[in-house]
Ligand binder design. Structure first.
Ligand code: BTN
Length: 306
């Protein structure tokens, strides 16, 4: 209901009478007023006069009612421990939804690290159910990283690059991290939880030297809503390519700042160094080590050496 009230207020840009809203929505004028009160509590500034209601400003939050055009079930939290954990529980119950939070108290990063999730960033986990084999699931990382890189380039015309497998960098500093957790059965993926954290309007470089936020790069606040909705569209466009990844891989390579570089790859049981020479069709990194042997690396942490 509040989504519909907001969409009326956004459309008119001027006063909309309580009567018009009540007719449009099929609720009483008192009902309309109650929803307006809730919206005000959420941070919307709505002027009321004898002409009706007029929207003056909206909070830059990813409230479900703001996400007009997104036809997905959204679970929204002002604060949560980690959207990954909430999404996993929902996925186990068979849901296909997006879990969004404004802040996380226990944000999860790759390889057991934590993810700094202060207010102003975008933090969400999307439950995906692609019909692919577990050996292809890793591609989701590349697909998501590429979608974020493309979205930022499109909206802000700024150079974004990708560090294998899925870090999005601006000026060599990390602006987005991606974590994909999979549950599989035999040789079929049951679900993948795709977690994306983007430093948007949060100050980050003071806390983590190797990171940056879009606000720090642009010197002004960015609309999280606009960024999020565009990113959803980009990810949706790319999903069909999970079954036929060649075009995605080719595009990923064009954004890559890893290929050609000397890198250190930290894996669960070992560390390898060498030149990153290619990414294969499953998204695995091909590394040429000092003794000229080629190693295929499916998962690991990559550090650019030179
Ligand atoms: C990384 O280490 O680069 C991955 C970071 C992933 C962070 C996102 S924020 C939304 C989702 N919820 C989490 O707890 N982690 C992921």
């Amino acid at each position: 209901m509040r989504k519909r009230i907001l969409s009326s207020l956004y459309q008119e840009k001027n006063f909309v009478s309580g009567e018009t809203l009540s007719k449009r929505l099929g609720i009483s004028r008192v009902g309309v007023w109650k929803h307006i009160q809730v919206l005000r509590k959420e941070g919307y500034v709505i002027e009321a006069s004898n002409k009706g209601y007029r929207l003056m400003s909206a909070p830059d939050l990813l409230l479900p009612e703001e996400l007009v055009g997104l036809d997905k079930k959204v679970y929204y939290f002002k604060e949560v421990s980690s959207t990954m954990d909430v999404a996993r529980k929902l996925a186990q119950k068979g849901e296909e939804a997006i879990v969004i939070a404004e802040t996380q108290t226990k944000g999860k990063g790759r390889r057991g690290r934590s993810w700094y999730s202060s207010r102003g960033g975008i933090y969400f986990s999307w439950i995906l159910r692609p019909t692919i084999s577990p050996s292809h699931a890793h591609l989701v990382n590349l697909l998501a990283g590429l979608s974020v890189a493309i979205t930022i380039r499109k909206l802000f015309n700024i150079d974004t690059t990708l560090k294998w497998p899925n870090d999005v960098l601006i000026n060599e500093k990390k602006v987005c991290g991606i974590l994909a957790e999979m549950e599989a059965e035999a040789d079929i993926v049951k679900f993948i939880i795709l977690g994306i954290g983007i430093n948007v309007n949060n100050d980050i470089s003071g806390y983590i030297k190797s990171a940056t936020s879009l606000k720090e790069q642009f010197g002004k606040n960015i609309s999280k809503k606009k960024l999020f909705l565009q990113l959803m569209r980009e990810i949706e466009k790319m999903q069909p390519y999970l079954a036929n990844p060649q075009p995605i891989i080719n595009k990923w390579k064009r954004f890559s700042s890893t290929l050609g570089r000397y890198v250190r790859i930290i894996m669960q049981d070992k560390i390898l160094e060498g030149q990153a020479i290619d990414v294969d069709n499953d998204g695995a990194l091909i590394l040429k080590t000092k003794d000229e042997t080629l190693k295929r690396i499916v998962a690991g942490d990559c550090i650019h050496l030179r």
